[in-house]
Each structure stands twice: as structure tokens, then as C-alpha cells.
Design a binder for this molecule. Structure first.
Ligand SMILES: [Zn+2]
Length: 214
């Protein structure tokens, strides 16, 4: 049984997710921590629940989702995985981080690249890897069919969608990804977003002004 804990980081209101299971192993998805108190909050949760971190994973590599990769690698001594098609997006972060107001950003080279398909494994658990480009060229979503949820990064938001005006963004591609991949998931699937509250596939099919189908 996977437990999901979220943490919202101040700068961009980005949500970090820690997924853990009965084995006490966990993964950290999109660590956007930057301020010391945000880093400590993450570590405290892991220590208090006696979790062992297996890996750090990014849904995509915009700055707000990778700010804490360096801290997590250094603190927990675990491999960092980024989507294979996000290499260029990730490289660019170190160039623009100071201009975005993050002069202390420390670049963390990834240890491994996630393919655009297959499984993401940790503890006794597995998630399906879904490829949903558009918000960024290599964006991945991690889906649990058995527990009816997905960690969706910046693809869908509650009654909104990810922006596509950043380098590598493509609005038509994002809409296509939502219709072809996200809306193929069962309606009861809970969608955990990179910003803002969670939603469901059924809710977005009905009420999302960008892509509703009902
Ligand atoms: Zn993003």
C-alpha cells in the first residue's frame, strides 16, 4: 500500500511528493525544496517515519521541480533519475537559475535516465511510467493502477493545464497528451499535481476549460 505525502515549496508553490510503502522504503518525486526550512521539513518527515530513500525522480526538469535534487542526493546518498528526453531542459536550469532568483542553486547531474515507458519501482511497489510531452518535451507521469492515482507533474492542474510558453513547450502536443494518455485513465484516478490541489480524471473531463470532453 503506497502512502503519499506532499510538501508545498514557497518559491513557485511547487508540490514535492514522498511515496512510501510497507517496506519503509520511499521515493522523492520532484524535490523543489530550496530554503533550509524546506529541506529540513523533508528530512524530518523521512526520519520521523524511519523511511529509507531509494531514489529521487523528476517528472520533468523545470527549475521548480529540480531545485532540491542536489540536497537530496547529498543528504540521502541515493541515485537521481530524470526523464531521458529532459536532458536539455535540465542542463538549461544552471544557466537561468540566478536570473530566476535562485543564486544558490546547485546543479546535480543525474545518475540514470528514465525511459518513456515501463515501470518505476521502489520498495514492494511499482508505478507505470506514462509519456506525456507538451508542458516540457520529456514529461513523465507515474501511475498506480492498483491504487487509482497518478503523480502528474505539470500536465493537468485542477481545471487548468501546464503552461507551454517555456522552451520546449508545445500546446497542441500537451492537449494531445491529455486526451490520448491522461484521459485514457479511469475516471476515479486521483491526479496529484505539481502545483495546487489534487483533482481527478473524471473532474477534469467535465470541468477543465482547456480540454473537457463532456
Ligand atoms: Zn514545469
Amino acid at each position: 500500500m503506497i502512502k503519499i505525502q506532499s510538501f508545498t515549496n514557497a518559491g513557485f508553490g511547487e508540490n514535492t511528493y514522498i511515496l512510501s510503502d510497507d517496506s519503509k522504503k520511499c521515493i522523492i518525486i520532484d524535490p523543489g525544496c530550496y530554503q533550509p526550512e524546506e529541506e529540513i521539513r523533508l528530512s524530518d518527515y523521512i526520519n520521523e517515519h524511519k523511511l529509507k530513500v531509494e531514489k529521487v525522480v523528476n517528472t520533468h526538469c523545470h527549475i521548480d521541480h529540480v531545485l532540491g535534487n542536489f540536497y537530496c542526493k547529498k543528504t540521502f546518498d541515493v541515485p537521481v533519475y530524470i526523464p531521458v528526453n529532459e536532458k536539455e531542459v535540465h542542463k538549461a536550469v544552471q544557466v537561468y537559475a540566478p536570473n530566476y532568483g535562485f543564486p544558490k542553486y546547485q546543479h546535480q547531474e543525474p545518475d540514470f535516465f528514465l525511459k518513456n515507458e515501463g515501470k518505476l519501482l521502489f520498495g514492494n511497489s511499482e508505478l507505470d511510467i506514462l509519456y506525456v510531452p507538451g508542458h516540457s518535451p520529456g514529461h513523465l507521469v507515474f501511475y498506480s493502477a492498483s491504487q487509482h492515482f497518478c503523480i502528474n507533474g505539470d500536465v493537468l492542474f485542477r481545471e487548468s493545464i501546464g503552461r507551454t510558453d517555456l522552451p520546449g513547450g508545445n500546446h497542441e502536443q500537451l492537449i494531445e497528451s491529455i486526451h490520448e494518455v491522461m484521459f485514457a485513465l479511469p475516471e476515479e484516478t486521483i491526479v496529484y499535481c505539481g502545483h495546487g490541489p489534487e483533482t481527478s480524471i473524471g473532474h477534469e473531463k467535465r470541468y477543465n476549460p482547456w480540454c473537457k470532453v463532456m
